[in-house]
Design a protein around this ligand. Structure first.
Ligand code: TYM
Length: 374
C-alpha cells in the first residue's frame, strides 16, 4: 500500500498516488476518449499524452466542446523564480509548446518574482526579479514564437495584475485561502493576497481583448489549488472558468519518493545549466538502480525498469516509443546493465542540454519581444 503523501504548491512529500490525488483534488482522469478527441485536432499525440505523463484535467472536455464550435482559447502557465530551472520545470513547458504549435494559440507565461520573494525567507526581491528574467530565457530556449507568447514578470506588470488581483481578492475569504492552501496565523499577509495574483492570468486573455476567452493551463498537479480559487471566482467576475491539464512529477533521481525539487534534493537535482560532466556525475552517483547486485545476477534475472530512475526519466525525455520499449525489454531481460542504462540517460540529457544551452544564449537578444508591458 502506498504511504501517505502530501502535494501542495510548495511541497511534495512521499510517494504520490496519482489516482488518489484525482479524488482528493476533485479533478478528472484524462481518459482515452478525451485523448482521442485531442488527437482528432492535432493529428498525432505527444508522447507525454501517450504515456499518461499528463494524467488529469479540469474542464478540458468543456474547452474542446467550445473549440469545436469555433471558440478561441489561450494557454497559461508559469514559473516561480527561486533559483535555476531544473529538468522538472520544463516538462509542462515542452508540452505547452506542442499545444501552442498544434492549436495555434497564444501563451501567457507568468513569472512570479513576488511570490518567491514572499514565500522564501532568504531571497531578496532583487534576486527573485533577476532570476525571473533568467528563467524567462529558459522558456524562450524551448522555441516559443514571440508573436504568440507573452511573458509577464509580475513586479514589472504590476499595474494590470494589481488592478485585477484586487477584484479576485475581494471574492476570496481568509478562511477559504486557509482551507485551500493551509495558511496559518504565522503566514505573512502577502501570501494571503498571492492566490489572487496567480489567478489573474487565468482571465488575462479576456481582460486584454474584451472577449470571453477560456484559458487552458498545462502544469504539474501541485498548482491545482490555485485553479480551484480562480474557477470559483470566474463566474462572479464574468469570465469563463479556466481549464487545466495536469502532469505527474518528474521524480527525484534518487527514487520514486517526492518530486525533483531543489528544496529537498539539491545535490541530485539536474539543472538546465549543468554541464556534461556534472550531469554524468549526478546520474552515475544518484540515479536509483533497479538492477541486481552483481553482473552475473543481473544477466541471469534481469533488472526492474519500473523502479529504476534512469528508465523512469527516459519516459520523460526519450520521445521514440520503439527505442524506449527496447530499453525496457533489454533491461528486464538482463541484456542491458545498470551502468549502460545510466549512460543512455546521460547521453540523452546531455544532447538535449547542449542544444538548450545554445538556444538560451540566443534567447537573450529576443527577450524583449516576449515581454508584456503595462
Ligand atoms: P514552479 O516554479 O514551482 O514550477 C514551474 C512549473 O514546473 C512544474 N513542476 C514540475 N513538473 C514536473 N516535475 C517536477 N518535478 C516539477 N516541479 C515543478 C510546476 O507544476 C509548474 O508548472 N507558482 C508557480 C508559478 C506559476 C505558475 C502559473 C505555474 C504562476 N502561474 C501557472 C504553472 C501555471 C511556481 O512557483 O511554479
Amino acid at each position: 500500500m502506498a504511504e501517505d503523501f502530501v502535494v501542495t504548491p510548495w511541497e511534495v512529500q512521499g510517494e504520490v498516488d496519482y489516482n488518489k490525488l484525482i479524488k482528493q483534488f476533485g479533478t478528472k482522469p484524462l481518459t482515452e476518449s478525451i485523448i482521442k478527441r485531442i488527437e482528432k485536432h492535432t493529428g498525432e499525440l505527444h508522447y507525454m499524452l501517450r504515456r499518461k505523463i499528463f494524467f488529469s484535467h479540469r474542464d478540458l472536455d468543456v474547452l474542446l466542446n467550445d473549440y469545436e464550435k469555433g471558440k478561441k482559447f489561450a494557454l497559461y502557465t508559469g514559473r516561480g523564480p527561486s533559483g535555476n530551472t531544473h529538468l522538472g520545470h520544463i516538462i509542462p513547458w515542452i508540452f505547452t509548446k506542442w499545444l501552442q504549435d498544434k492549436f495555434d494559440v497564444p501563451l501567457y507565461f507568468q513569472i512570479t518574482d513576488d511570490e518567491k520573494f514572499l514565500c522564501k525567507p532568504n531571497l531578496t526581491l532583487k534576486q527573485t526579479h533577476e532570476m525571473g528574467y533568467d528563467n524567462a530565457l529558459e522558456l524562450i530556449a524551448l522555441g516559443f514564437d514571440h508573436k504568440k507568447t507573452f511573458i509577464i514578470v509580475d513586479t514589472d506588470y504590476s499595474k494590470t495584475l494589481y488592478n485585477n488581483a484586487i477584484k479576485v481578492a475581494k471574492k476570496v475569504t481568509a478562511s477559504n485561502a486557509r482551507a485551500v492552501f493551509g495558511f496559518t496565523n504565522e503566514t505573512n499577509i502577502g501570501m494571503y493576497l498571492w492566490p489572487a495574483m496567480q489567478a489573474v492570468p487565468c482571465f488575462l486573455p479576456s481582460i486584454l481583448t474584451g472577449e470571453k476567452i477560456r484559458t487552458l493551463i498545462p502544469a504539474a498537479i501541485d498548482q491545482d489549488p490555485y485553479w480551484r480559487i480562480a474557477r470559483d471566482v470566474a463566474p462572479k467576475l464574468g469570465y469563463p472558468k479556466t481549464a487545466a491539464i495536469h502532469n505527474v512529477f518528474l521524480p527525484s533521481l534518487t527514487g520514486p519518493r517526492g518530486k525533483m525539487s531543489t528544496s529537498t534534493n539539491m545535490e541530485s537535482t539536474i539543472f538546465t545549466t549543468d554541464d556534461e560532466k556534472t550531469v554524468r556525475k549526478k546520474v552515475m552517483k544518484y540515479a536509483f538502480s533497479g538492477g541486481k547486485d552483481t553482473v552475473e545476477e543481473h544477466r541471469k534475472h534481469g533488472g526492474n525498469p519500473d523502479i529504476d530512475s534512469s528508465y523512469q526519466w527516459l519516459r520523460f525525455f526519450e520521445e521514440d516509443d520503439k527505442k524506449l520499449k527496447k530499453i525496457y525489454e533489454d533491461y528486464k531481460s538482463g541484456g542491458l546493465l545498470s551502468g549502460e542504462l545510466k549512460q543512455i540517460l546521460v547521453d540523452k540529457l546531455n544532447n538535449f542540454l547542449a542544444k538548450h544551452q545554445k538556444n538560451k544564449e540566443k534567447a537573450r537578444d529576443k527577450l524583449d519581444k516576449f515581454l508584456l508591458k503595462d
